[in-house]
Write a protein that binds this ligand. Structure first.
Ligand code: SF4
Length: 706
């Protein structure tokens, strides 16, 4: 902190994407803040993207903030301002009633990858360790859960093996199902700078759309949606045919290669080329680039994860690193780019319905017992809890009675959003813990709890490369808003549970670190001072030296029982909703450069809204012509679940037969006709339960006034 009379400077971390850029926040005597990139931060070295550099607007503008708790006496009564005690007493009474009558699985918490690690930890402890249900899930389910399973199945644990410094050491990038130029901009700036200095660096981009990321690509494989596994297998086959695999590594450090070889040789490259819509020459060129690489980084996000076969896509990609031996060494490895700022922290504390803290398994009785003894609570249920979309199914079916929603907007972000909204209408009891008085969920709330936001509370986050950073409290929260962890602990005490009497967020954090001792993500004893002193630190921590770990698996010992990485050979059959005569187009959804998620923060900033101010449909000009659609024509996009109505944007950037909608817009003035998730598919990956946001069948027509 500086000693300037009227301004104090604080180091913190950006609260948007999983890149985790360092920010210096300057605060004046009126608590008005400005932000700049932290020049000394190892992630961004002073750079910020458009979202990060405008963060101060979201802190300074408190006009849309929830300021005090509210509740209604019953569903037909209006919301009234009440005290924190009254609101939490009501919530505790309702939860106790449902738990007594219908059991612990009748209640659930639905939280967010934007929660701090301490917040995740106490929510998880409360529901799993004391209420006795595993009904906690977060919007990270919509984002990274396929990658979590992919890592676990291939490497033995949910462990991102690489670090950002590998970018400058790689000479071949395979970027698939991702548009980092827009969605992870600072990582991409590093890739761009590296390529500018080293023209021999090769970049392969795999995407059904031409995106900004393609602008520096040496090769863009514009594959047909959903054919990623077929493509990865074809490249794997070409690598084997060319003798460009690391046989020594495969023999000594992997298992499953014979089956993998059989699988990739089941299809010729010619056949794969037809399925993927990518030329055979380009598939072979991609294999050649990879085969010649000294450092090979694969990077991916939602295009792989948000799929009916998201886990299998992950496995087929990680295989490319394994057969070439490009893992556990500088410049090499499979690198899932995390979407949210602290999805990683949530995974570390086990904050999903099928996880336990420190990467323990819910289905392992010894792990359950270990955690239960540590928490000194109730028996941990062996039954996995409801995942994000399952919670809203269960509300519709009436088996889930009460839901507590924290820091997320499911009515914009869940697939088949009208169904989710029906679920919320049917819920017997809804608690909304949020910062915004504009949240769409508020109208269904029985209790509303105002939360503190970024810069108004203290805690930690972990970014995509396992880097833990500390976030200071810099300005006071408005009105009576409280930090999320404090709200949950106060509620737990109202429920009569012991073990939630923390004196500070750091005490919560230290408890979490104790649970990591003797595990592969060991950070036991890591305190806030140590994190701050190191600026940031990457887990696991070396017990002897106290240093963090840049890169995992440098000894080629993996976290599997055999210590070998596993080459899986899943089928490449897509399980998505297929187009037909009535719904002939494939719809894929995604993000735009200057908006974050459901726009509750970025939507407040004019500069960001100016980039693209309205929802739109991207369509190929030939598809548009066949329907008399021109630029800006209003079109109706329909699926089996609903429709949206918005302007068409004609572009050769998208393949014929494929259309694209941005996912950010929800209800505007009561109308949901911009909400992409009216039409998206309810199909989930069968293992990760991640929704299939990137593939559903739709029809497109010109809008005709009735
Ligand atoms: Fe924030 Fe991500 Fe932009 Fe960095 S790249 S400034 S973390 S939004």
């Amino acid at each position: 902190m500086s000693n300037k009379a009227h301004s104090e400077a604080f180091n913190t971390t950006c609260c948007y994407c999983g890149v985790g850029c360092g920010i210096v926040v300057n605060k004046d005597k009126n608590d008005i803040v400005t932000v700049t990139g932290d020049m000394d931060h190892p992630v961004n070295k002073g750079m910020l993207c458009s979202k990060g550099m405008n963060l101060h607007y979201t802190v300074n503008d408190k006009t849309d903030r929830l300021l005090y708790p509210q509740m209604r006496l019953n569903k037909s009564m209006p919301l009234q301002r009440v005290s924190w005690d009254n609101a939490l007493d009501k919530a505790a009474a309702a939860f106790k009633t449902f738990i007594d009558k219908y059991g612990p699985d009748s209640v659930a918490f639905y939280a967010s990858g934007q929660c701090l690690t301490e917040e995740y930890y106490v929510i998880n402890k409360l529901i799993k360790g004391f209420i006795g249900s595993n009904n906690i899930d977060t919007n990270s389910r919509l984002c990274m859960s396929s990658a979590v399973v992919g890592y676990k199945m291939s490497l033995g644990e949910d462990s991102v093996p690489v670090c950002y410094d590998d970018i400058e050491m790689a000479d071949c990038f395979y970027v698939t199902g991702a548009n980092p130029a827009w969605c992870h901009p600072i990582i991409w700036r590093r890739v761009e700078a590296h390529k500018a200095e080293n023209p021999n660096v090769r970049i392969i981009v795999v995407d059904p759309r031409v995106t900004d990321t393609c602008s520096i690509a040496d090769l863009h494989l514009q594959l047909n949606p959903g054919t990623d596994i077929t493509l990865n297998y074809a490249i794997g086959r070409a690598l084997i045919e060319n003798g460009d695999i690391d046989l020594e590594f495969v023999k000594n450090h992997t298992e499953g290669f014979e089956r993998y070889r059989e699988m990739v040789f089941e299809r010729s490259i010619t056949e794969a080329s037809v399925i993927c819509g990518v030329s055979e020459d380009d598939i072979r060129l991609a294999a050649r680039y990879i085969g010649e690489a000294k450092g090979f980084l694969t990077m991916w996000t939602m295009g792989l994860n948000q799929s009916s076969i998201g886990v299998n896509k992950n496995l087929s990609l990680i295989n490319l690193n394994l057969i070439t031996g490009h893992i556990g060494k500088p410049g090499s490895g499979p690198f899932s780019l995390t979407g949210q700022p602290n999805a990683m922290g949530g995974r570390e504390v086990g904050g999903l319905s099928n996880l336990l803290p420190a990467h323990r398994d819910l289905n392992n009785p010894l792990h359950r017992e270990e955690v239960q003894k540590f928490w000194k609570g109730t028996t941990i249920s062996p039954t996995p809890g409801l995942t994000a979309t399952q919670m809203f199914d269960a509300l519709n079916e009436g088996t889930l009675k009460a839901i507590w929603i924290i820091c997320t907007n499911p009515l914009t972000s869940l697939p088949n959003a009208r169904w989710a909204e029906e679920g919320l209408k049917k819920a017997k009891f809804v608690v909304i813990q949020d910062i915004s008085n504009k949240a769409e969920t508020l109208k269904y709330a029985d209790v509303i709890l105002p939360a503190a936001t970024w810069t108004e509370k203290e805690g930690t986050m972990t970014n995509s490369e396992r880097r833990i950073s500390h976030l200071s409290k810099i300005v006071p929260a408005p009105g009576e808003a409280l930090p999320d962890s404090e709200i949950i602990c106060r509620f737990a005490k109202k429920m009569g549970f012991k073990g939630f009497d923390y004196s500070s967020p750091e005490e919560i954090y230290l408890e979490h670190t104790r649970l990591t001792s003797k595990t592969n993500l060991n950070i036991a004893g890591l305190d806030y001072d140590t994190i701050r002193r190191n600026k940031t630190i990457q887990w696991p921590i070396d017990k002897r030296t106290g240093a963090g770990t840049q890169r995992l698996f440098t000894n080629h010992k993996f976290y599997t029982a055999s210590t070998r990485a596993i080459l899986h050979s899943p089928p490449d059959t897509l399980l998505s909703e297929m187009p037909n005569d009535e719904f002939p187009f494939i719809l894929t959804t995604g993000r735009i450069r200057d908006q974050w998620h459901t726009m509750s923060k970025t939507g407040k900033v004019n500069k960001l809204n100016n980039h693209i101010s309205n929802a739109f449909l991207e369509i190929h000009p030939e598809d548009a012509a066949s329907r008399e659609i021109r630029e800006d024509t209003i079109v109706v996009v329909k699926s089996r679940r609903g429709e949206v109505r918005l302007k068409a944007k004609l572009t050769f950037a998208i393949k014929k037969g494929v259309v694209f909608l941005p996912m950010h817009w929800g209800k505007i003035l009561g109308s949901d006709l911009n909400r992409a998730n009216n039409v998206t598919s309810p199909i989930l990956d069968p293992i990760s339960k991640e929704p299939d946001f990137k593939f559903c069948a739709v029809s497109i027509e010109k809008y005709k006034k009735p």
